[in-house]
Design a protein around this ligand. Structure first.
Ligand code: SF4
Ligand code: SF4
Length: 396
């Protein structure tokens, strides 16, 4: 978004307040400066130089979860999350508590294998004491072998077509088992599978930290790398990555990775879950914000789960409300994150489901942390795990 478009977007706001209706940070704090309308107004004042780029102002703009719940509510069509990204780029140096994350991201994002291997070495000694003293949010153990390094092409004698996987950082470094489950599903259905070692971070963490130039450089590299991968579709199990590649790359680079598909879209399009059965289980579904608001995918996961024999599906109240994760938000605004998360856990508990399924590794991380804190008995699964389990059970 260039300077002129940014200013035009800010001027479009008529202060109606419709965007506050679903804004989780506003609804949790009931503070105008913590809601979509307030943030747009403050960024307008900053542009007009009536507000200075203070630490207090930066906190308000960086406390947005970038969930996108406000986007479709705005009658004048302001792309609120995109405006917030631009605001962050202008205010990043005033957001002092984000300095450490910003510095680490800036210098490490193109060397993530090395960084995560060092972090893995110190995780036990450094991270765990901080987590148990509530100074850091929950993160799972870092894997010794990133998923994208595990293999490159799984060939099939008679292939249906060729599918590439965009694993994303959370699957690569924290949840490689999700990547393996997806590979098994694809191979069992006759697809040739490509895992591309050259994959880089999608850029979402950089954008959320206000590092627009660095995000642009990664986006260009990803577009160039993936243009060399011959595949009918590129599937992602993280809706943030899918949304960034599909919706944001055109904004920041003018180009896109057009074959990117969310896992739920793919499973439905290729009718992968037909005739599956699983041992009787009660399941509820949590809608990740970037799946629901970002990509507009609501029915597909429900259709997949309800179509598996043995699944009793129970809808939870406010299934589309955020879980409170939002990446570094859960680190920088821990109290609000926990507050939002505890409402989600209560809504899950009310369903009496034994399993909550979602479709985002970040949400899984947040739900795992909340489960530990509340000692709740609950299975937390990504939708690929349920499908993989059902496929294995159905061939027995
Ligand atoms: S993106 Fe989410 S948190 Fe940010 S202003 Fe919009 S609704 Fe609020
Ligand atoms: S809904 Fe749009 S026009 Fe209304 S206050 Fe929010 S940003 Fe402004």
């Amino acid at each position: 978004m260039n300077e002129t478009t940014y200013n035009q977007e800010l001027l479009k706001c008529n202060r109606c307040g419709a965007c506050k209706a679903l804004c989780p940070t506003y609804l949790t704090t009931l503070n105008e400066t913590m809601g979509a309308r307030g943030r747009i107004a403050m960024l307008g004042e900053l542009e007009e130089t009536r507000f200075a780029p203070t630490k207090k102002l930066a906190e308000k703009i960086f406390s947005c979860m970038l969930c996108g719940a406000c986007k479709n509510l705005c009658p004048t069509g302001i792309n609120i999350p995109e405006v917030i990204y631009q605001g962050r780029a202008r205010l990043k140096n005033s957001f002092s508590r984000g300095r450490l994350v910003r510095t680490i991201l800036k210098h490490s994002v193109s060397r993530l294998d090395t960084v995560f291997s060092i972090l893995r070495g110190v995780q036990k000694y450094f991270y765990q004491p901080l987590y148990y003293s509530s100074l850091l949010p929950y993160i799972p153990e870092i894997t010794p072998e990133p998923f994208k390094n595990s293999f490159q092409v799984y060939k099939q004698f008679k292939k249906l077509s060729r599918i590439a996987i965009f694993a994303g950082c959370s699957v690569n470094y924290f949840y490689p088992e999700l990547g393996r489950a997806l590979s098994k599903i694809l191979l069992a259905k006759g697809f040739e599978v490509v895992v591309f070692k050259g994959e880089l971070c999608c850029g979402a963490p950089l954008r959320s930290a206000g590092l627009e130039d660095e995000a642009l450089s990664l986006a260009k590299k990803n577009i160039e790398h993936f243009s060399r991968v011959r595949a009918e579709a590129i599937i992602s199990m993280c809706p943030t990555c899918t949304m960034v590649l599909r919706e944001q790359y055109p904004h920041i680079t003018g180009d896109t990775i057009s074959t990117i598909m969310d896992i739920n879209e793919f499973l439905i399009k290729y009718n992968i879950t037909k005739d599956l059965e699983i041992k009787p289980t009660v399941i509820t579904f949590h809608d990740p914000c970037h799946l629901h608001y970002g990509l507009g995918i609501k029915d597909e996961p429900r259709q997949i789960l309800k179509g598996i024999k043995g699944v009793e599906f129970v809808e939870m109240q406010h299934s589309d409300e955020c879980c409170g994760f939002a990446g570094f938000f859960s680190l920088h605004f821990k109290d609000i994150s926990k507050n939002i998360g505890s409402k989600k856990i209560d809504n899950i508990a009310c369903t009496m489901a034994d399993t909550v399924v979602t479709s985002c590794p970040g949400c899984i991380m947040q739900l795992e942390g909340l489960k530990r804190e509340t000692n709740m008995k609950l299975n937390i699964k990504h939708i690929v795990e349920v499908v993989d389990e059902a496929m294995r059970a159905s061939v027995k």
